[in-house]
Design a protein around this ligand. Structure first.
Ligand SMILES: Cc1cc2nc3c(=O)[nH]c(=O)nc-3n(C[C@H](O)[C@H](O)[C@H](O)COP(=O)(O)O)c2cc1C
Length: 383
């Protein structure tokens, strides 16, 4: 397991973040948003994948988007900053080296399942720009754990593996019945365990029939037991569980009871929601009426509520990765104040563009200075 040191600096970033986000909003985003959501996603990933193989492009991106160091240590891993890429963006490990160049402090690849699968029929991703939201029912389209492992092996041998921690999100193959779920997750873990510092057991995606039932204590316990059994001495990647925002606090507490029994490293809170906000806007209503999980701004407060509950319930003893509707440094601050040690973004990256990690880190550093906070973990005790 690699643990690297990162320099502490509070110097402001060289390039002004506003200029970066202006270019995305006014030049790139209109071109991307003219395309169907998944096409735009594929196009962007193809470009980032090309850049990832090109040293000059990587160096240029690094110079432009590098975030101010804001180091944090969580579950024994050192992160150069607390802003991560959320699962679902890079399901093929296509742009692994680029996320670090884009200023992220870590990335979560996947979701990956044991069997390769195409996911649900298209269209399956819908933007709601007026709400800063996305509805998706991708259904774990991915190349399968074996091919994914080969892609990661190639990045390892290319010398382009990032310095920041890498995580992998594991889902269940659609063809695997629920009662065989533990074997499915464990099969993926066996193939991928040498390639990531942390794994996220995703039992909270709303787009695989029955998957959320695996959040039940006994089903989840079986999965965790099967995965933990495969951890090797000297290589014990951190294991986290990703929860749905639609769980009751009672159901959440049952999951938390497993945390100490199974030595969980943390909880990722949260996945997308099945609920929909009320709206009179007919265009928003059309998007919200699509089947699938809702992410982005409308998810923000519920996800923060879940984080606050976990933090209190575990007496701050279990690290939380907070995710859901983070668009700004203030949003990230709110999640950290609720008890998150790290945060992740997906939807805001689509709306705000690649300058966002750097902007959020710079905003956090600025606010920490203003409020006289020296370490991120002090923020939670202030709320
Ligand atoms: C298109 C899309 C695909 C996603 N795929 C996954 C996935 O494979 N596994 C997972 O755990 N979460 C997945 N997510 C959920 C995100 O990781 C994140 O939890 C959620 O979108 C909330 O964060 P956000 O509001 O910043 O987008 C996906 C989200 C979107 C929008």
């Amino acid at each position: 397991m690699r643990n690297r040191d990162f320099n502490v600096s509070t110097r402001p970033p060289v390039v002004h973040h506003l200029r970066v986000s202006w270019f995305y909003r006014h030049c790139l985003r209109p071109v991307l948003f003219a395309q169907e959501a998944e096409h735009a996603h594929e196009f962007s990933l193809k470009m980032l994948s090309r850049f990832s193989r090109n040293s000059v492009a990587c160096a240029a991106a690094g110079a432009f988007y590098a975030a101010t160091p804001l180091p944090v240590e969580v579950f024994g891993l050192k992160f150069p900053n607390p802003i991560g890429l959320a699962a679902g963006m890079d399901k093929f490990a296509a742009a692994l080296p680029f996320w670090e160049r884009m200023g992220f402090g870590f990335c979560e690849l996947g979701g990956v399942t044991l069997r390769a699968q195409p996911g649900n029929p298209s269209p399956r991703m819908f933007r709601a720009p007026a709400a800063g939201a996305i509805v998706n029912r991708m259904g774990f389209n991915n190349p399968g754990a074996e091919t994914f492992a080969q892609a990661l092996a190639k990045w390892k041998s290319s010398g382009r593996w990032p310095k920041h921690p890498v995580g992998i999100n594991l889902g269940k193959s659609k063809v695997t019945p629920l009662e065989k779920a533990a074997e499915d997750y464990a099969g993926s873990f066996r193939l991928l365990r040498d390639y990531a510092e942390f794994f996220v057991i995703n039992v909270s995606s709303p787009n695989t029939p029955g998957l959320r039932q695996l959040q039940d204590k006994s089903a989840l316990d079986e999965i965790l037991a099967a995965v933990c059994e495969l951890q090797k001495p000297g290589n014990r990647p951190a294991i986290l569980v990703k929860v749905a925002p639609d769980l009751t606090f009672e159901a959440l507490d049952e999951i938390l009871e497993l945390a100490s029994a199974r030595n969980l490293s943390g909880i990722v809170a949260t996945n997308t929601t099945l609920s929909r906000p009320e709206t009179d806007d007919p265009r928003l209503r059309a998007v919200y009426s699509e089947t699938g999980g809702l992410s982005g701004r409308p998810l923000r407060d519920r996800s923060t509520e879940i984080i606050r509950h976990i933090y209190k319930q575990t007496r701050a003893q279990l690290p939380i990765i907070g995710v859901g509707g983070i668009f700004s440094a203030d949003d990230a601050w709110e999640k950290i104040a609720a008890g998150a040690s790290l945060v992740q973004i997906y939807t805001a990256l689509v709306y705000e563009g690649p300058g966002l990690p750097k902007t959020i880190v710079a905003g956090l550093v600025q606010r920490m200075k203003k409020e006289g906070v020296r370490e991120l973990k002090q923020i939670a005790s202030m709320s």
